[in-house]
Design a binder for this molecule. Sequence first.
Ligand SMILES: N[C@@H](CCC(=O)N[C@@H](CS)C(=O)NCC(=O)O)C(=O)O
Length: 227
Amino acid sequence: MNKPKLTYFDFDGGRGEVPRIAFTLGGVDFEDDRVPFLVWAERKPATPFAALPVLEIGGQTVAQSNTINRYVLTGLCPTDPWQAALCDEAMDAVEDIAVKIAPTFDMAAPEKRTAHAALAKGPIPFFLSGLAARLKANGGRFFADDRLTVADLKSSALGQASEVGRIGSRTVRSGRSRCASTRSALRARDPRTARARLLRRPHDRKLRESSDASFRSMSLRRGALPR
Ligand SMILES: N[C@@H](CCC(=O)N[C@@H](CS)C(=O)NCC(=O)O)C(=O)O
């Protein structure tokens, strides 16, 4: 069987990061197809919704980040319908943040600064505070199911290496929101840190084995993915 191909932009973080982390830590051999921004216009029409990420598996293609997250990380999705709803709620709230920031990507620097300042004053703290409140309501550590779920990975990954993270951090630092708990909770289990550590120190077998074991136990779709 061909290995799965995950197509996303050429940076760490954002909507494509969760499946990358899952494949990497799960030991799944996948093609990490990183599209340089310069060639995106050429490749865009071939994607289902003119956007990334896209997952190709067994000759078929599926788009939409949350769909891909749920497909790749079934073991990190609650089976209880209510907990699954809470998990989806957090992932969708993260999307609400992303769609507010996306239009600023192509802005020139001065315009972007103004747009980010406006976002940091209102919409971003609003959503981050909302997420923090939901986190608190669910016990303070995880968004749902009293354990790590795709919602935790998504919120963490989107805040990394992206404008979302920069605006979010500024917002937290400025004390304009009460989302410090979200930030520290997310930082504590930051999967990118774990991954970076793992890749930097491949000789550290204990660490690798325990990460592999825990990610494998999250049951990546074993039927569909090569091991
Ligand atoms: N609802 C989609 C949104 C996808 C999306 O907007 N992706 C961005 C990158 S994070 C993109 O492809 N932007 C380039 C463009 O819109 O041309 C999802 O969750 O996957």
